[in-house]
Design a protein around this ligand. Structure first.
Ligand SMILES: [Zn+2]
Length: 173
């Protein structure tokens, strides 16, 4: 995975978060791609539509990719996501024997946003174990591309920004 491709893939995730997310949903984009960056599955968060608390977009993307490939393992594949995956999703990527994880905004960005925006309707609650820590303790050892286009991904935490972008219907990313 080279840096340019990682940045391009994060760009697609940002687009997903801005263009596909329904109002009231977390503006988060997630994809599973193969080692050439070909998209196997891509989606934005739909967590608030149901009762499955584990239906984080990364989890759903991994489940869908396994169904598509008819394989429990996603060897050679990467998980791409606009926000650092939580310990649950990072662990599932390891169980699926993925090749790596690419993420944009960090867990600390989400925590900082929550602390400075108590009025936010969306809770950016975190379990404060970074993806790197889980990866260090897992087998196989996944590649990690962290903080890719972090500043752009950080903006997605802000509901007002996302609303404004939706209104303008821009596709400039
Ligand atoms: Zn998660």
């Amino acid at each position: 995975m080279n840096k340019e491709l990682a940045e391009k893939l994060i760009g697609k995730c940002i687009e997903l978060a801005l263009n596909e997310c329904e109002e009231g949903q977390y503006p988060l984009g997630a994809m599973v791609v193969d080692e050439n960056g070909e998209i196997i599955t891509s989606l934005c968060s739909n967590l608030n539509a149901g009762y499955d608390v584990s239906a984080h977009p990364e989890m759903v993307a991994i489940r869908q990719a396994c169904e598509i490939k008819k394989d429990r393992y996603l060897k050679g594949c990467y998980l791409v996501t606009t926000l650092e995956p939580c310990p649950m999703c990072t662990s599932v990527a390891i169980w699926a024997k993925m090749k790596g994880i690419i993420f944009g905004a960090s867990q600390n960005d989400a925590i900082e946003y929550s602390n400075t925006h108590p009025e936010s309707k969306l809770s950016w609650r975190q379990i404060t174990v970074p993806a790197s820590y889980i990866i260090e303790h897992g087998t196989p050892r996944l590649e990690l591309y962290d903080n890719v286009r972090e500043e752009e991904c950080k903006k997605l935490l802000d509901e007002e920004y996302v609303k404004m972008k939706k209104k303008r219907k821009t596709r400039e990313i």
